[in-house]
Ligand binder design. Sequence first.
Ligand SMILES: C[C@@](CO)(OP(=O)(O)O)[C@H](O)COP(=O)(O)OP(=O)(O)OC[C@H]1O[C@@H](n2ccc(N)nc2=O)[C@H](O)[C@@H]1O
Ligand SMILES: Nc1ncnc2c1ncn2[C@@H]1O[C@H](COP(=O)(O)OP(=O)(O)O)[C@@H](O)[C@H]1O
Length: 286
Amino acid sequence: MTRITLPSPAKLNLFLHILGRRPDGYHELQTLFQFLDYGDDVTLSLTPDRPGVHMEGAIPGVPAEDNLAVRAAQALAQKSPESLCGVTIRIHKRLPMGGGLGGGSSNAATTLLGLNYLWGLKLKLTELADIGLALGADVPVFVHGQAAIAEGVGEKLTPAFPPEDWFLVLQPDCNINTGKIFSAQGLTRNTPKMTIAPAFEGDASRYRNDCEDTVKELYPEVRQSMEWLTQFGPARLTGTGACIFGRFPTESAARIIWESKPSGIKGFVAKGVNRSPLHTKLTELK
Ligand SMILES: C[C@@](CO)(OP(=O)(O)O)[C@H](O)COP(=O)(O)OP(=O)(O)OC[C@H]1O[C@@H](n2ccc(N)nc2=O)[C@H](O)[C@@H]1O
Ligand SMILES: Nc1ncnc2c1ncn2[C@@H]1O[C@H](COP(=O)(O)OP(=O)(O)O)[C@@H](O)[C@H]1O
């Protein structure tokens, strides 16, 4: 096979607690990741006549050399001593950038797994996750493809099995810089570490996103969307935002609210899944 198109799903942080700050300035987290059956598509085409890693169709605002998918392919190529044939990467982007849905990290993970397959490298998931961690804290969970509680800065993963509900995700019209949120003065940084059952049957009110108050204060667009969605039930921020989500037991319940949303706000309805659609697709191919 010389060409493959693979899903690159979104993630939600169903909760995100900040436990403290490390001496290097990074924050210790405890967060629950679940995937959505919605995301980008990544097409990888081997180019035997053209060595190197190339992008086809640029992503606005992201130079090819900074694209996490390109960087992932280059890092993977370095792992292999034998000469590999070139690759062209094309990304069909549906996920907003800087939305807290992990699109860039997911593109990197899909590229790592896809090229491991096309190049026949046979690296283990743990090896691919290590390569991915150097690109971003969220890459390893996408590489492993199982919903998980993440600790540390996101690298210590424990498989989790939260309910696979439906979500209405709203995309407030602002781009949030993760570093700005983590450096905010009023950010909660002392949430106690919890013991969490993998089935995650706990009382949801014990869990929250510690970035939420800071983000709502700095970005009124997020506060307004949150106020609107909260009319129908609890709404929460994913990652450091800007996207927020509400949870629903059925697709139709989520769609009814989606259809009544204020004009101008973007978003989508998707199902939460504990196994990444990327891994489901790769299993079908093998
Ligand atoms: C917090 C999460 C939860 O999923 O947010 P989202 O990116 O999804 O919104 C991620 O772990 C984000 O991880 P990652 O994607 O690696 O963060 P980056 O954008 O590289 O971080 C930008 C800056 O935020 C700060 N930062 C980031 C992560 C962390 N655990 N502690 C920090 O203090 C650091 O100053 C870092 O330089
Ligand atoms: N393939 C990519 N897709 C999206 N963003 C990318 C990509 N490669 C690099 N980036 C950069 O990573 C940043 C974070 O993007 P993304 O992972 O989509 O959001 P978040 O980390 O908030 O979930 C973007 O603002 C962009 O500059």
